[in-house]
Ligand binder design. Structure first.
Ligand code: ZN
Length: 65
């Protein structure tokens, strides 16, 4: 029983590192660097803006298109 407990703790720790489960859809959220291109109004140059997002079933359609 002690071994089983240890294993369960290891699994819990591993899943904690991988991601947090979304309370709404139950899918593990995957951290993703979402890159959007935006044109600067001042210089006219294209810039890339990266932001970190947590992707789950709730917003995967928005992210992946
Ligand atoms: Zn979700």
């Amino acid at each position: 029983m002690a071994k089983a407990q240890t294993f369960a703790e290891k699994v819990a720790k591993a899943s904690a590192i991988r991601g947090v489960k979304c309370p709404q859809c139950g899918t593990v959220r995957i951290p993703l660097l979402y890159v959007a291109s935006a044109r600067s109004a001042k210089t006219g140059n294209w810039r890339f803006q990266g932001k970190r997002v947590q992707v789950c079933k709730c917003n995967e359609k928005e992210i992946y298109g």
